[in-house]
Design a protein. Structure first.
Length: 121
């Protein structure tokens, strides 16, 4: 099964994730995401939440939000958080039960193949 996401889906999901992040009642200092989908989502969520966006490597702490478009295997996020001093707050659009990383929050279960609006087939 191939699941195609649209830019309208992206806007709706980013607003829902932003609302969720703000509802946590925590003072997050930074929002970031791995290339490619996480980077796109993190930049958008930065605008929606007012949390400073950071690109590139950094020391991870518990006052940061890490966002990714989806966790299929979790290898990308596992690489990011492997040497973290503290566990950042991780959110994703889609999450697979087979992922080695379980986000604190996700919006949809991932089954099959997903094509994001910024991807080509």
């Amino acid at each position: 099964m191939v699941l195609r996401k649209t830019w309208q889906d992206f806007d709706r999901v980013c607003q829902r994730l932003a609302d969720h992040i703000l509802a946590q009642g925590r003072k997050f200092k930074v929002i970031a995401g791995p290339q490619r989908g996480g980077l796109i989502m993190a930049a958008r969520l930065s605008y929606l939440t007012g949390i400073r966006y950071k690109y590139g490597s950094m020391r991870l702490t518990d006052d940061q939000v890490i966002v990714d478009d989806y966790t299929r295997t979790g290898k990308t996020l596992a690489t990011w958080i492997r040497n973290a001093e503290a566990k950042p707050y991780i959110v994703t659009w889609l999450h697979s039960a087979e992922s080695e990383v379980t986000p604190a929050f996700w919006l949809e279960e991932l089954h099959g193949t997903v094509i994001m609006p910024w991807q080509t087939e």
